[in-house]
Design a protein around this ligand. Structure first.
Ligand SMILES: NC(=O)c1ccc[n+]([C@@H]2O[C@H](COP(=O)([O-])OP(=O)(O)OC[C@H]3O[C@@H](n4cnc5c(N)ncnc54)[C@H](O)[C@@H]3O)[C@@H](O)[C@H]2O)c1
Length: 382
């Protein structure tokens, strides 16, 4: 049995983006996600609500795990940290993450990869899938509240399935809204950023609205009660923790509210604000019955996106397949799998492993910083 794991690091993801291109990757991901949701059968899959821990110091943060098991088709688990002070305090994204893929028969780690860009892309793809069912196909004006990482991939994902002619954005931090046009320059849509005084105008003009703020628990909603267009579709992305809410309750009450994953959304999403009976169909029901929900496009709808582990599974499998096809990543022997599975110290008897585990001398450190023999670059030409 192959005891190696494929490490797909940031440089591999960058190579993947360069070779395939962000548009083609987003299109492939949206197609795969829609197919996975259409085929989703809870009798053969296990995708529990995420769990984890929250802490107040040294910074307010969360660490959560999001496992998903699809029988023979594989098992993945995302570990995700949310630290909303990161962009200002540490120059890092608010969401940092890795995804692990496992051999379902043995539990052996097949691959370990970045989950940071992948989370942003799959969240954009999820809004694209939901909006394709719930928003008017002729939607042209996109409103965005909260202009950080997720906002970029929300606009990207939606621009691949709608002909977005205008994007109007607002962020509580003017300097973040001001750089949004630059960060989405790879898209054709013209971007206008507005201040708090013009938030009402943004809300009145949007055909589709994405809320993707890092509002703190208890500090929402992020906009006042508003009327909006009769067909307004909202992708509510930032409500993903108890007490963390972006939309006024009145907006939810007059809309068809569709959670990505009901069990999770009633605890963490906008659905916290609704009685059980007022919650609409979940994403699986929507996608599996898309034709019957098309009539909802002319009335207000909300996709309550809390982030579902199925989405992480789909993006991880996609990246793993591309990595194998393009020769990206490097094989590492990460787990101690000894010659005698019943004797952990028999590791010392395996010559290859013993050499690999021997402390490296300075002369043995390669320019890549890896002790010789422990890694194998499958794409040395990068
Ligand atoms: N649904 C999902 O699957 C999913 C996935 C990833 C992240 N998220 C959530 O999406 C949100 C955004 O994540 P991100 O990675 O883009 O974070 P980010 O820090 O990059 O951006 C968030 C932005 O929201 C702005 N903001 C905060 N409060 C605001 C307010 N009241 N009004 C307007 N703007 C406000 C901040 O200034 C910041 O620029 C977070 O709450 C995160 O937990 C959800």
């Amino acid at each position: 049995m192959d005891d190696r794991s494929l490490l797909i690091d940031a440089s591999d993801i960058r190579t993947l983006l360069r070779r395939i291109g962000p548009d083609a990757l987003m299109d492939d991901l949206t197609t795969r996600l829609e197919r996975a949701i259409r085929q989703y059968d809870p009798a053969t899959a296990q995708v529990p609500a995420r769990t984890g821990l929250q802490y107040e110091s040294p910074e307010w943060g969360l660490l959560e795990w999001m496992p998903a098991h699809f029988g023979e088709q594989g098992t993945t688990s995302k570990l995700v940290a949310y630290h909303p002070a990161n962009p200002v305090g540490y120059g890092m994204p608010s969401i940092v993450s890795t995804i692990s893929m496992f051999d379902t028969r043995s539990g052996h780690l097949l691959a370990l990869m970045d989950g940071t860009l992948l989370t942003a892309m799959r969240t954009g793809a999820a809004s694209a899938v939901a909006s394709r069912v719930l928003a008017l196909p002729e939607s042209r004006t996109l409103g965005v509240i909260g202009c950080g990482t997720q906002a970029v991939t929300q606009v990207h994902g939606l621009s691949r399935v709608f002909e977005i002619g205008k994007v109007i954005v607002y962020d509580v931090r003017d300097e973040v809204a001001a750089t949004f046009a630059e960060r989405t320059a790879f898209l054709d849509s013209p971007v206008t950023s507005v201040g708090r005084n013009s938030l009402g105008d943004l809300l009145a003009r949007a055909d589709i609205l994405c809320t993707c703020t890092s509002v703190a628990p208890g500090a929402g909603p992020v906009c006042p009660e508003f009327e909006g267009k009769p067909h307004l579709h909202v992708n509510a992305v930032g409500s993903d923790f108890p007490g963390k809410l972006e939309l006024p309750a009145a907006v939810l009450r007059r809309s068809l509210v569709c959670p990505d994953f009901r069990e999770q959304a009633i605890v963490e999403g906008e659905c916290q604000q609704l009685e059980q009976a007022a919650i609409g169909p979940d994403l699986v029901t929507l996608v599996q019955n898309a034709d019957s929900y098309a009539r909802s496009r002319s009335s207000p709808t909300v996709f309550d996106s809390t982030g579902w582990a199925l989405e992480d599974h789909v993006v991880a499998v996609m990246v793993f397949e591309y990595a194998r096809e393009l020769g990206l990543g490097r094989s590492i022997t990460l787990e101690c799998l000894p010659a005698d599975p019943l004797d952990p110290y028999s590791l010392l008897a395996s010559p290859a492993l013993a050499a690999a585990l021997r402390p490296a001398s300075a002369s043995e450190i390669t320019s890549a910083g890896s002790p010789r023999g422990t890694t194998e670059r499958s794409d040395p030409a990068r």
